[in-house]
Design a protein around this ligand. Structure first.
Ligand code: ZN
Ligand code: ZN
Length: 371
């Protein structure tokens, strides 16, 4: 996988990303979509600079950036009509949009454009062109990962798995949470990756907080330690959580681990194209509730992962998503007992064709004792 961001686009291959977007725009109520969210611009064009936009319609493929990025655009952006905006950025964008789609309805990514930017852009449009809220179109396209993207995510997951093995071989007892997190990040960087988010290393009572930040607390014997981390490699993220024990566990900690593992495995078994996000969430949630810990599983079951660590779709009680082939999602049930400990077990799964889901997280899940 030389360049997963460029994706397929050859004349004989599957439709390119801009072509797929163009098809979606044709079927929508706007004549063109102005993409200003950088991660979406990068997904569509391969451009990695910090200021750009693109306008996509049935017959429009325009990439816009400013003079600072003229060289980078020439090197990275292929198959687009490249416009270098001079002068004020929003004014230039508005001028280009007004000229390209005279009097047209222009979709904007209203889930990310600020109210102020939307207003300024709207005021600068001429000739009757006007803005319409069309957020989420590129995010929906991004859900279906192609083979190159899946390979990039799988490589990031594999790297993360190898770092779990190193962390546990190195030992946890006596180290601080911050030391363990820092070591993991260092190992990612030494291998050409970045953390896809600040790792969570939460021992004992800190594990009861799903978003604990690693701190100076030393890991003691006989605790549960929740470690949630992911690598970002070639632009693509991975995400995995393992919970281990540093010795014999007190009261029902072991039972809670087994309930969480059962919920994780039952939900994994239900991940397939056509599956309802709420139903898959409910499989895990019902098992946890039946064991008496429903109130202690206070977050959704999972989320999509790709260029961003959290993206579409969502698996949760209020999600309206249905899984499609190419979705890459986490399955991460957890039980959090305030003041005592927590357990979360998170795998990363690709939704394949014909009801097959492929688990990219291979680090073992049976409760492991780590000194
Ligand atoms: Zn995670
Ligand atoms: Zn996650």
């Amino acid at each position: 996988v030389s360049d997963p961001l460029r994706g397929p686009g050859s004349a004989s291959g599957p439709a390119s990303r801009p072509d797929r977007l163009s098809e979606d725009v044709s079927g929508s109520d706007v004549e063109a979509l102005l993409v200003t969210r950088l991660v979406n611009v990068e997904y569509l064009t391969g451009f990695t600079g910090s200021n750009a936009a693109c306008l996509v319609g049935p017959d429009i493929r325009t990439f816009l950036t400013d003079f600072r990025y003229a060289d980078r655009a020439a090197a990275e952006v292929d198959g687009w009509n490249v416009e270098i905006v001079t002068g004020q950025w929003l004014t230039g964008l508005a001028r280009h949009v007004s000229d390209s789609v005279p009097g047209g309805r222009i979709g904007i990514e209203d889930d990310h454009v600020t109210v102020r930017t939307g207003r300024l852009l709207s005021e600068e449009l001429t000739g009757g062109a006007f803005l319409s809220d069309s957020g989420g179109m590129v995010e929906q396209l991004r859900r279906s990962k192609d083979a190159g993207e899946v390979a990039a995510i799988a490589a990031a997951a594999e790297l993360t798995d190898s770092i779990y093995a190193e962390l546990f071989a190195r030992g946890l007892v006596g180290r601080t949470e911050a030391d363990v997190a820092g070591y993991a990040v260092g190992r990612m960087r030494e291998q050409g990756a970045e953390p896809s988010f600040t790792p969570i290393v939460a021992a004992g009572p800190n594990g009861a907080s799903p978003h604990a930040e690693p701190g100076p607390r030393r890991i003691e014997p006989g605790e549960l330690v929740v470690i949630d981390m992911g690598s970002k490699l070639d632009g693509y993220c991975s995400d995995c959580t393992r919970t281990v024990a540093t010795g014999d566990l007190v009261d029902q900690a072991g039972e809670i681990y087994e309930v969480t593992l059962k919920a994780n495995e039952a939900a994994l078994g239900a991940v397939a194209a056509g599956g309802s996000a709420t139903e898959i969430d409910a499989i895990a949630r019902d098992l946890i509730s039946e064991a008496g810990y429903g109130e202690q599983f206070g977050h959704g079951l999972g989320h999509g992962v790709g260029l961003e660590i959290h993206e579409a779709p969502r698996l949760g009680p209020r999600s309206e998503d249905t899984l499609v082939e190419g979705d890459v999602v986490t399955v991460e049930p957890g039980i959090y007992i305030s003041g005592m400990y927590g357990v979360r077990i998170e795998d990363l799964v690709v939704v394949g064709a014909g009801g097959i889901a492929d688990n990219l997280s291979s680090h073992p899940k049976a409760l492991t004792l780590v000194d």
